[in-house]
Design a protein around this ligand. Sequence first.
Ligand SMILES: [Zn+2]
Length: 221
Amino acid sequence: MEIARRQLTGVKESKMEASKTLSDFIALCHKIYAHDFVPGSGGNASIRLGDRIVITPSGISLGKLEETDLVSIAMDGSVIGKGKPSKEWRMHMNCYERADVNAVIHVHSPYAVAIACLKELDTTCAMPVYTPGYSVRVGALPVVPYYRAGSTELADSIIAIMAHRNSLLLENHGLLTVGVTMDQAFNLVEEVEENAHLHFTLGGAGKPLTREQQEDLTGKY
Ligand SMILES: [Zn+2]
């Protein structure tokens, strides 16, 4: 009896946890929209919830999203229940190949997109590193080549880099970040957007951190 009761309580608790996680996720989506990181109905986000992924749907603005709009995907890529997932769902699923990733965010934030559209883009380091915080948390931001949004090619292009990094740019498109938590993934979006904003504000007059200054920060920040 005691074991059965404990098991029942456990189920109740995990249901409560899941419902809290989902309401936190909706709050995150609204925050992404409120920060102007996803114009129109663009951008998408997802979280790992037990043995499934919960992702934002296709064609609905993140600013207007409600819990009932969310779509669940099993780890084999099949949709559980109703709904049409974001067309970038494959890209999200590829990020969850890493066991420590619990949240994925893809945005079209204006300054990061502007960087991703530059003619002369260094695909190993998209923009100069201006501040210590950005150096430590993002550093040399890589870029994957342009592929059509929602294509398998785009989804596959991020695998090698995301195996060992938490952020990258999609050429002529946007930004992708991952985190152990939703906050971590969101903070990376803010970091990249702020460094990109700085880059254009400085207009070529900026003095980035040197390689030595960046190396000196390793493990000390
Ligand atoms: Zn996109």
